[in-house]
Every structure is written in C-alpha cells, then in structure tokens.
Design a protein around this ligand. Structure first.
Ligand SMILES: Nc1ncnc2c1ncn2[C@@H]1O[C@H](COP(=O)(O)OP(=O)(O)OP(=O)(O)O)[C@@H](O)[C@H]1O
Length: 256
C-alpha cells in the first residue's frame, strides 16, 4: 500500500477461522491511513464483521476461533497489548444502539472509565461528559436530563450516545459495524455528518451494506468476498473504475 502515507493500522496476512474447515478471513493485508474513513463492503457472510472483531480482539470471546497474522496499531502489535488497554485505543460501535440500560446518560458516557476501574474527580467527569456529548451533537438535547436512563432516548440519539461513550476514552481508531442500519434516514444523515466531523480526531472503519453511504462518507473502500480482500482503493476510484469483475458486479447490485 505505497499510497498510505501515515498508517495508523497495519494488518498483515490476517486469517480468522471459526472452525477447522472454513476460513472467515483469508490472508488479509491492508494499511489504514490515519484520520480517514474506510468502508468495508461485501456480500453477507464475506467476513466483514469478523475482520472488524479481530481488530478489536472481540474474537477472544469465541471458543475455538483461530487467528493468525499481525495487527499493528501505530507500529505496536495489538495481540501483545493487554486487551482492556487495546480496547481503550480501538473503540467499537455496534449495529443496534446498546446504551447500558440501567445507567443514566451521564454514566453511560463514563462507562469505559468505570469498566477500566479509572476513578476521576467529579469536575473531570463533568468535563468528559459535556465534551463528548457535544462531540456527537447531543449535549443540547440531553443536558437537562443527564440523570435519565439512556434508553429513554430515540434510536438515533442512543446511537450518538454510544458513539460518545466510545469516544470518551479518546480512542485512536473507531470500528463501526453497520452503525446506521437500525436508524431512520434522518438519524442516518445526522450520524454520517458526525462521522465526517469525527475523522479529524479518530480514524474510522465502518462496515456498511449501504453502497451509497460508503460512497458518501468514506475516503477509501475495501471489497471483501468469501473471506478474501478483493479490492482496496480510494472510494472514488473503486466506484468509478473497479478493477475486479466481482467488485463491479457487487457495486452494480448483482451480488447480494
Ligand atoms: N460465531 C461464529 N461461529 C461460526 N461461524 C461464524 C461465526 N460468526 C461468523 N461466522 C461465519 O464466518 C463467515 C463470515 O461471517 P461475518 O459475520 O464476518 O460476515 P459479514 O460479511 O459480516 O456478514 P453480514 O454482512 O451478513 O453481517 C460466515 O461464513 C459466517 O457464517
């Protein structure tokens, strides 16, 4: 990847298998430019979520899974890091907004600190909550209800709360697994605008089934098929001149 000038993540020959028979991610080698948005596309079951989960080491939650290869964050092997520490640097946002149901909005933003056993003075906590809720343009909507539960918010607001929770730990990389698929078009638009703003502070990898979304928001795109990374290019080039016939077929809606 000679045109990646300032890589924050380098994935080298990554293979992931859930069973001895099937490899869900096959020999993926890719470098991710700092402060960019990268879309990961491909038909259902091609390994997008598996790739994302391996970066975050979520795969360690699965029994019998086998991961080989290397993932470097700022040149440091993430497999060598303490997993909790690693997840402070690499945050994740899921398909369905998942604020902690018993926690207030305030505590949800700070949940990462609590889970990491980090104690902070009240003034610092207030600052983190306000900064991160402003970061996701939610502050004005919730500043008078910080003690209410996060689940009382709309779906779009809940997803922004989850993004604020991930950002509160000041990650280098934010992994987003179809973050807008459960949102209505207005909340989706809001979330997309937010991502564009956020890339100044964090590098984003987003799995999306929505090709127009990938085209709108991403700088670079990956196309995966049956576990292989078929094509990786800047988004404009991939959409206008895909090199592989399988990418073309997918982008033309001929592959599901
Ligand atoms: N927990 C699991 N145990 C066994 N196999 C799994 C597991 N999760 C995923 N797989 C298999 O790994 C392959 C890749 O799945 P993955 O969920 O990564 O694909 P995906 O591209 O994200 O799909 P989708 O777009 O449908 O979410 C598939 O063949 C899937 O059946």
């Amino acid at each position: 990847m000679e045109d990646i000038l300032n890589p924050i993540l380098e994935i080298k020959d990554l293979c992931v298998s859930y069973t001895s028979k099937v490899m869900a991610v096959k020999h993926v080698t890719v470098a991710i430019e700092k402060n960019s948005i990268t879309a990961i596309m491909g038909p259902s079951g091609c390994g997008k979520s598996t790739l994302l989960r391996a970066i975050n080491r979520m795969h360690e939650l699965y029994r019998n899974i086998r991961v080989t290869g290397e993932i470097l964050l700022n040149g440091e092997d993430v497999m060598e890091m303490d997993p909790t520490e690693e997840r402070r640097h690499i945050g994740m946002v899921f398909q369905r907004p998942n604020p902690f149901p018993t926690m207030s909005i305030y505590d949800n933003v700070l949940a990462g600190y609590k889970l990491n056993g980090i104690r902070l003075p009240k003034s610092k906590k207030d600052e983190i909550v306000e900064t991160n809720l402003r970061n996701v343009a939610l502050w004005d909507e919730v500043k008078d209800s910080l003690n209410k539960r996060g689940t009382f918010l709309s779906g779009g607001q809940q997803q922004r709360l989850c993004i604020a929770r991930a950002l509160a730990l000041r990650p280098d990389v934010l992994l987003m697994d179809e973050p807008t698929s459960a949102l209505d078009p207005i909340a989706t638009k809001y979330c997309e605008e937010l991502m564009d703003d956020l890339k100044k502070q964090v590098t984003i990898l987003i799995v999306t089934h929505n090709m127009s979304q990938a085209k709108r928001i991403s700088d670079r795109s990956m196309f995966m098929f049956l576990g292989d990374l078929i094509e990786y290019d800047d988004t404009t080039t991939m959409f206008s001149h895909p090199k592989d016939p399988r990418t073309l077929s997918y982008l033309n809606g001929k592959m599901g």
